[in-house]
Design a protein around this ligand. Structure first.
Ligand SMILES: [Zn+2]
Length: 326
């Protein structure tokens, strides 16, 4: 009799164990089935007027329904796409993706420096016009004008005070600049940065189109703070270029805080380049801070201007101005 009862209790215990196990398996399965995943790209940069599909920026999603807004890409700026995620338990979560719209139409020379054919600098015959600021700079450097091109202490200058004739056309980056740029980008690559010269040489005509477009859009006064008038652009010298880095904001202030911008600011001088428009020096250079614009001056001068990271501007060093006459 006692044995029989024992046997029954074991049977009951056994059934109970099976029921509990099934319950645990069931609950686990249910929880796994309603657990959701939703991941977006970090930040994206797109070109003005690009058609974009917010769905393309979802990296991972599981067990959810997603609704998203459209964004207007007809104006440059930073926007957010809102993604509303609805889980199986009908709970809503919101996610945002930061989208920076840039105007890339202006950078017509898409060629990378690496693939650029090196051409010797040809100084074409030029019409004698403009620039009569000869003599000595406020720091005692000799100002010379040769073929309407201004050199201060032998350094070619293109800024708001000193212009280049419309015929000045080295046909691309000068071979020295191009060689130094390749060295710099190779050094950057060796520490894991993928960078290139996105916008290098711009002819007088290209700059004219560009500037006119900006002036029409933002007005002359505003355009003058970030774009050079034709003849005044350093891009026409063949000694300067704008750097872009893979998967980073390109030629806009969002590039400022990237590791690549920091590396450039600390290392460019080793290859003969200067950060041409440093932060807080607008009153000297005439331009807003551009963390992406570099100018070749040779290693010796670049190291002086680097000044342990507190960049000295060409204007300050040479004792010249950068102001339009009108
Ligand atoms: Zn530039």
């Amino acid at each position: 009799m006692k044995k029989r009862r024992m046997k029954n209790s074991f049977k009951l215990l056994f059934i109970l164990l099976i029921v509990i196990s099934l319950l645990v398996i069931g609950i686990t399965f249910y929880l796994r089935n309603i657990k959701y995943t939703f991941k977006l790209e970090d930040k994206i940069t797109i070109n003005i007027n690009d058609n974009i599909n917010p769905k393309d920026y979802i990296k991972e999603m599981k067990n959810v329904n997603v609704y998203y807004d459209k964004i207007d890409t007809s104006k440059i700026g930073t926007y957010k796409i809102k993604y509303t995620v609805r889980t199986k338990l009908n709970i809503k979560h919101n996610y945002y993706l930061e989208v920076t719209v840039i105007d890339n139409r202006v950078y017509e020379e898409k060629e990378k420096v690496e693939v650029k054919k090196e051409e010797p600098v040809k100084e074409k015959e030029v019409v004698n016009n403009t620039t009569s600021n000869t003599g000595t700079s406020s720091k005692g450097y000799k100002i010379e004008v040769k073929n309407s091109v201004t050199y201060v202490n032998g350094i070619l200058i293109a800024n708001k005070t000193y212009s280049l004739p419309s015929t000045y056309n080295p046909g691309g980056l000068t071979s020295e600049t191009s060689k130094a740029a390749n060295e710099m980008f190779a050094a950057a690559a060796s520490v894991g940065f993928n960078m290139w010269a996105q916008s290098a040489f711009r002819s007088y005509e290209t700059q004219q189109k560009l500037y006119n477009r900006y002036a029409a859009r933002d007005g002359k006064a505003k355009a003058d703070t970030y774009s050079a008038r034709p003849g005044h652009s350093e891009h026409q010298t063949g000694l300067a270029f704008d750097v872009c880095a893979k998967n980073k904001p390109c030629i806009n202030s969002d590039f400022n805080n990237t590791a690549e911008a920091k590396w450039l600011s600390m290392n460019a001088h080793l290859y003969g380049f200067i950060l041409r428009y440093p932060q807080g020096k607008t009153n000297e250079t005439g331009y807003l801070y551009e963390s992406w614009h570099f100018r070749y001056v040779g290693k010796e001068l670049a190291s002086i201007l680097y000044n342990d990271g507190d960049w000295i501007t060409l204007e300050n060093y040479l004792g010249i101005t950068s102001e339009y006459k009108d």
